[in-house]
Write a protein that binds this ligand. Structure first.
Ligand code: ATP
Length: 295
C-alpha cells in the first residue's frame, strides 16, 4: 500500500481551441512536496482543475491516492485538501457556517486544529463570509484544507494575497504536515521563495509541454557559474555547459558542475572563480534551453 503514488497521471492531455496541455505522465511520491511551475499560460491551472475533477482531460487517466476519479470521487475528495487560487464563493453565510458545512464532508476533520489555526492566524468566524477581505478568505481556505487532515494538499498560488506573517505561518504549517504527517503537497506557484522554502521537487511546464521533474537541491548543487581565462573554439562542446559569454574572464554556466570541472581540467583550462546560481536564474535558463531538461 505504501508504494502507491500520491498522484499518478498517464498520458493526461487537454485540448482547447488555441492551447494544448500535451500528454503528461508523472508519478508523484507520497510525502514529498512538488512545485508545479511555468510561465503564464503554460497550463498549471488547467492541470489543477483536472486533478480537482473540475475539468475532464481530453485523453489519459488519473489516480489519486490509488483511486480513480469517477469511480471514487467522494473517497478522493475526503483525502484531498484544496486551496484554490481565488477564494470559493460561499455566498451570504457567516464564516462559522462555512466551517460547519465543510467539516461534515471530511471524516478526519479536526475541530480543535481548526479552532487553534483560526485563532493563531486571527480569523474571526462571526463575520459574513462575503465581507471578509481577500486575504482573510485565503487564510480561511488554508485552515479548512489543513483541518480536513488530508493525505494530499493541492495548493494553487497559496501565498497570493497573504500578509508576511500569514505566509510564514502557513509555510510552517505545510512543513509540519510534510514532516509529521507524511502529507503530500502539490503547489502551483510563481513565487521563488515558496519553491525554495517548501518544495522538494520542481515540475516544469512551458506552453503546455512538460519539461521534466527536477530535485530542487540537486539543481542548486549542480548549476554553477564558472569563470575561465581561455575559451576553446567551440564552447558548446564543454561537457555540461549551457551558456557562455566572452569577456576579460570568460563566463560559463553549467548544469553539471562535476562534469564541467573534469572536462576543463582534462583540457588544461583553469577555473578562476566559481559561484552558485539562484533558483530563478536556473529556471529561467532551463526555459530558454528546454533541450537540456531531458539531458
Ligand atoms: N476554458 C478555456 N477555454 C479555452 N482556453 C482556455 C480555457 N482555460 C484556459 N485556457 C487556455 O489554456 C492556456 C493555459 O491556461 P492556464 O490557466 O492553465 O495557464 P496557467 O499556467 O495556470 O497560467 P497563469 O500562470 O497565468 O495562471 C491559456 O492559453 C488559456 O487561455
Amino acid at each position: 500500500m505504501n508504494n502507491i503514488p500520491a498522484i499518478q497521471l498517464d498520458c493526461v492531455s487537454k485540448s482547447y481551441n488555441d492551447f494544448m496541455l500535451e500528454p503528461l505522465s508523472i508519478s508523484l511520491e507520497k510525502g514529498l512536496s512538488y512545485a508545479l511551475i511555468g510561465p503564464n499560460g503554460s497550463g498549471k491551472s488547467t492541470l489543477f482543475r483536472i486533478l480537482n475533477g473540475l475539468l475532464q482531460p481530453s485523453t489519459g487517466s488519473i489516480q489519486i491516492a490509488g483511486l480513480t476519479p469517477k469511480l471514487a470521487d467522494v473517497d478522493i475528495k475526503m483525502r484531498v485538501g484544496y486551496v484554490p487560487e481565488s477564494p470559493t464563493d460561499h455566498g451570504q453565510v457567516r464564516a462559522s457556517e462555512v466551517i460547519d458545512f465543510i467539516s461534515r464532508l471530511y471524516p478526519r476533520w479536526d475541530g480543535k486544529l481548526c479552532a487553534d489555526l483560526l485563532e493563531q492566524c486571527e480569523v474571526s468566524t462571526d463575520q459574513s463570509y462575503n465581507r471578509m477581505s481577500k486575504g482573510m478568505k485565503k487564510k480561511l481556505s488554508f485552515v479548512l484544507a489543513l483541518s480536513a487532515r488530508p493525505e494530499i494538499l493541492l495548493l494553487d498560488e497559496p501565498m497570493d494575497g497573504l500578509d508576511f506573517f500569514a505566509q510564514k505561518f502557513f509555510t510552517e504549517q505545510i512543513h509540519h504536515v510534510l514532516q509529521q504527517e507524511g502529507t503530500s503537497v502539490l503547489m502551483a506557484t510563481h513565487r521563488v521563495e515558496d519553491i525554495r522554502r517548501i518544495s522538494d521537487v520542481i515540475l516544469l511546464l512551458n506552453k503546455g509541454r512538460f519539461l521534466g521533474e527536477f530535485e530542487k537541491d540537486h539543481l542548486l548543487d549542480q548549476w554553477k557559474t564558472l569563470w575561465i581565462d581561455r575559451l576553446p573554439p567551440h564552447p558548446q562542446e564543454i561537457a555540461g555547459v549551457v551558456e557562455w559569454e566572452e569577456g576579460p574572464l570568460h563566463r560559463l554556466v553549467t548544469h553539471n558542475h562535476m562534469q564541467t570541472v573534469e572536462y576543463l581540467a582534462a583540457s588544461g583550462m583553469s577555473i578562476t572563480r566559481s559561484t552558485s546560481l539562484e533558483l530563478d536564474e536556473i529556471l529561467t535558463i532551463m526555459l530558454r534551453n528546454p533541450h537540456i531538461c531531458s539531458s
